[in-house]
Design a protein around this ligand. Sequence first.
Ligand code: AVJ
Length: 323
Amino acid sequence: MAQLQQSAHPENCVAEDEIQHQLVAGLLATHAHTSPKYLYDVLGSRLFAAICELPEYYPTRTEAAIFRKHAHHIAAAVGRDAILIDLGAGNCSKAARLFPALQPRQYVPIDISVQFLQESVNALRQQFPQIEMTCLGMDFSTELELPPSVAEQRRQFFYPGSSIGNFSPLEALKFLRRIRKAIPGGDSHSGLLIGVDLIKDHAILNAAYDDSLGVTAAFNLNLLHHVNRLLDADFRPSEWRHRGFYNPEQHRIEMHLEARDDVTVHWQNGGIRRFARGERIHTESSYKYTEQGFIELLHQAGFGQVQIWHDPRKWFMVCHAQA
Ligand code: AVJ
């Protein structure tokens, strides 16, 4: 397995020209698009943290309330002494809040930046000395092969925050299958604990991705600063406007950047694209599910028994799927 080097620039682990090649291909496509990962530079990550505090952005606090209210039932489904494998752990705070109820034997946070994980986990080690902690730096969206230091029995994967929404349903199915296959022999004490955002009143969805303070707009527009650095490009955020809305045909939120006027953008090695007024760059999709639709996906991916917990308004659900 490709554990990333602990270099001073962990983002450089993925070949720089590969990144640039993919980005340019997206910008030159008929319908220009960029991967949502470019939303998360240092400022982008801070703006996302700010989004989570907005009154309109319900997912984070709704999921937290479900974990709090149903901690004991969730713990009963997951079982004590598990190996808790946290996909996209970041600062590890969501998992840490579950430690008292779940009492895992081992905690395995996985993220692209192993350095950041190490720093987050150091504080947790003091607080929970009885839990063994093993940080892994890898891109789990492309591979999920775990080292021998992660026991094969009682593997419980943790994927909160409705991060699954960034995948199309087909990609989500493939990803769920990969998780299922990372559980050797179909151990019934293994499984997946996942947070999923649900289809609801469109006005509520629209407000969550186009908030009144414009924080989501800043988050989306900041992608242009990030792309400018990556490609030595000359995007001017003032020439673009944020669009964030629910597309009911595709069951997804779409975020776009829309040219306020005719715009010409240049980047390294003579790269150029003209955008007509109103033309868009698709920067993110966030798929929403029905309860039944997502359970069906889990079963298609090969999981067995599924248990679910909701908030009282049924805006969000937490699922535990047994291997
Ligand atoms: C981190 C992918 C779960 O889709 O709700 C928030 C990202 N984008 N506001 C989401 C996001 C705009 C978020 N996820």
